[in-house]
Ligand binder design. Sequence first.
Ligand code: NAP
Length: 454
Amino acid sequence: MVYKSINPYTGKINKTYEQINDSELENIIFSSSRAFRKWKNEPIEKRQDLLIKLADLLEIEKDFHAATITSEMGKPINQSIVEIEKSALACRYYAERADEFLKPVKQSSYAGTSIIRYDPQGIVFAIMPWNFPYWQVIRCMAPALAAGNSVLLKHASNVPQCAENIENAVINAGFPSGIFRNLLIDYDQVTTVIKSEYVRSVSLTGSNTAGIRIASLAGLNIKKLVLELGGNDAFVVFNDADLEKAAEALIYGRFQNTGQSCIASKRLFIHEQVYPEFLNLVTGRIKALSAGDPISHDTFIGPLVNESAVRKVERQVKETVEMGAEIILGGKAGIPRKGFFEPTVLINVNYDSPLAREEVFGPVLPVFSFKDYDELVCRVNQSRFGLGCSVFTSDNKLMEKLSVDIDTGTVVFNSFTKSDPALPFGGVKESGYGRELSEYGIMEFVNIKTVTVY
Ligand code: NAP
């Protein structure tokens, strides 16, 4: 298999890479396991210092890394820069807090006193997506390395340059050889890695199709697994909301990364009393979004990742219109040029249509109205996914009730849903299981070992 890095805006090939063969893979797994045995006994301060060096390096080389993201998957450059800054922040977060999270704890028990230790597991295998090609890798890798594991990465096949750059940054920061390796491998070789006795944990961020396959393999081989899958998040506007603020947040919530985010606000629910006013406000802002060359600092909407992504969004919109929805803005592929999908708003959307039920990875916003609390909660929770939800209201009592009733991994009030190194991130239902980031994220990659002396 040849890996092709293709610029989604120009259609030109940036670079190609060859897949590694099975014996090369075997050697890499073995050297990763050897690197782990040394690394796990290094003082944690050393692991933390290296993470700081990696953060410094990412910041120094920010423009280079951001340009690679943009040329490889089409993210508008300002947003690529933010992605690198946030990735550096995640390294700093674990560099500053890992020793505290991993400190052994004394625990009194029926036996007397025991010690709970947080030991590394071995090799962590990270299988990652293209949509945040640095952030997704680093939010898994930083806690895994801080905890004393080694990491093997199988990145999405359309972002091999990002994968190579991350590996180089890790080496240049001074991490020991073999501790983090990028693997150019196919799906059969993914199976080989998961089966390996040295690989103790798997972390997949990706689609539900990949989730089913990787969860089955991990299950068959009894490997610990974190699954970060798709989402169909709601964005809710109550009648007491600050409408200007909500409209501004929704632009980022739905349209940043050209709508290709797991926690994008993919369904808009507006209280009937403010429906016309809010719809007007938000469509006005969407019309003003500039689409064009993602390398320009003036661009907010870039191309979708590839032509098949455009065709998928087109199909989802078409079928939703066939089920009765009305397009009030946009709706077409190929504008302003091939590879793009226009920012699109639809009303009168059927709850059984693709835009209501499926994950839509593009700049498309289906709008629903609601009358009361019970109807809203029922509609928001009527999804196979359960990643996040954003709600705009000024009523504190309502916030308390919704925090309990909304069935997702994250609920955000008066902003759009975003991840933060210090906050646990993950989903329920078909959005997956396990948590990334925060103290909970590092705990996914440790052996919680109980030591008792009788
Ligand atoms: P994807 O097609 O599922 O790919 C994700 C990774 O899994 C890639 O490295 C891919 O490799 C690999 N993969 C896919 N099928 C595989 C199989 N059968 N065997 C072995 N490896 C396999 O997803 P994507 O298009 O890259 O990313 C978009 C999806 O990720 C969306 O659904 C989005 O919601 C989700 N996502 C979730 C989160 C979260 O935190 N919950 C965050 C970001 C993205 P290839 O590229 O070689 O196919």
